[in-house]
Design a protein around this ligand. Structure first.
Ligand code: KG4
Length: 336
């Protein structure tokens, strides 16, 4: 079964063709990151306009890459939530038009479910149940993936997402947007104990997280140093910051894994590319005996292949949308 998959929830327009859920025939991605870098963050209006400009050409490119025609498609899957509402709407309307014109079923896909599914593409043997740490620019969740379409949030950030925190810290350090990858590179040569940064706890909710205090601590540190004319040890700060994020994410993920006892832990989303988090999870899983599934860096960020993969499992579960499908800025992953 060939699925045309569309993703436009943030600043990447992506169209993929995925066969039977796990074979990626094409994965065309047009990133707008350069465009938003000038502003130090995603400008929603620009994102929507750029999606409109890219999406038709990208679909043609995906079909060409896949070596199939429109008549070889069996369904259209699309990210319908969560994301920047104007951006998600572009993909949803394009997918509706394609499904209508080609008389194909339309399958709505939750963006974070898509990130989780990137692991199925990378690890053919992986099947639910497992516990997944989902960390991206807009979401930070620990999810009990009970089945391909059956999920429960075990823990979540109460404020900023981990990726957003990386981006804001990088901005104040003047190392560009998106800041996660450059922060990661900068941290390589740094001493992770150079700065004492906070690790927050949410009282009464041990698996929930908070990143706003860490973000504010970095902003204050940089401003105070600037006022006093003191030089900062940038690699040390990047390393201390990455350690604080990882210390917030990894023990909670391992606790969730212990509570469920599936013996399998996965990671998903743009921040899953972070080398400190990957290394800490590898160490923690070696200790606990859980098998760890890490997506390759190419599948951590937003892409269409992950939507085609999850779309396949949603299709098998009977999930369909009509021409009245709407886009949503927020949506519980458990509700699909
Ligand atoms: O999954 P993604 O591409 O988009 C969303 O769905 O949000 O994630 C983007 C986020 C950005 O915040 C970016 O800075 C972060 O992932 N990111 C990283 C790394 N690579 C990308 N954060 C930390 N370390 C990295 N190596």
């Amino acid at each position: 079964m060939n699925i045309l998959a569309v993703e436009s929830s943030c600043d990447e327009t992506a169209v993929a063709v995925v066969r039977d859920g796990r074979t990626v025939l094409a994965d065309a991605v047009a990133s707008q990151a350069d465009m938003h870098a000038i502003y130090g963050g995603v400008v929603p209006e620009i994102a929507s306009r750029k999606h409109i400009e890219a999406i038709v050409g990208l679909s043609g490119q995906a079909l060409e890459q896949a070596g199939i025609g429109k008549t070889d498609l069996d369904a259209v899957a699309v990210t319908y939530a969560p994301g920047l509402i104007g951006a998600v709407l572009v993909g949803v309307n394009f997918a509706k038009a394609a499904a209508f014109a080609l008389e194909l079923p339309l399958v709505p896909v939750h963006h974070v479910r898509g990130h989780i599914a990137a692991n199925y593409i990378a690890h053919p043997e992986l099947e639910p149940p497992f516990v997944c740490l989902c960390v991206s620019g807009g979401n930070t969740l620990i999810v009990d993936v009970r089945g391909y379409t059956e999920m429960e949030v075990m823990g979540a950030t109460r404020d900023d997402a981990a990726g957003e925190c990386f981006d804001k810290a990088a901005r104040v350090l003047g190392i560009g947007y998106p800041g996660g990858a450059p922060m990661d590179r900068l941290a390589q040569g740094g001493d992770d104990r150079r700065y004492d940064l906070p690790r927050s706890h949410v009282s009464g909710a041990p698996l929930d997280m908070s990143f706003s205090g860490l973000k504010t601590a970095v902003i204050n540190l940089v401003h105070n140093a600037g006022q006093k004319g003191e030089a900062l040890d940038l690699p040390g700060l990047a390393a201390s910051f990455s350690a604080a994020v990882s210390d917030t994410l990894v023990p909670r993920t391992m606790e969730a894994a212990r509570l469920r006892g599936y013996g399998k832990v996965a990671v998903a989303g743009g921040v899953a590319a972070n080398s400190r988090i990957r290394a800490d999870l590898e160490r923690a899983c070696r200790r606990s005996g859980d098998k760890l599934y890490l997506p390759p860096l190419s599948l951590c960020g937003d892409n269409g292949a992950m939507i085609g993969c999850q779309g396949y499992y949603e299709y098998l579960a009977g999930v369909r949308a009509g021409m009245d499908l709407n886009a949503y800025a927020n949506r519980d992953i458990g509700k699909g």
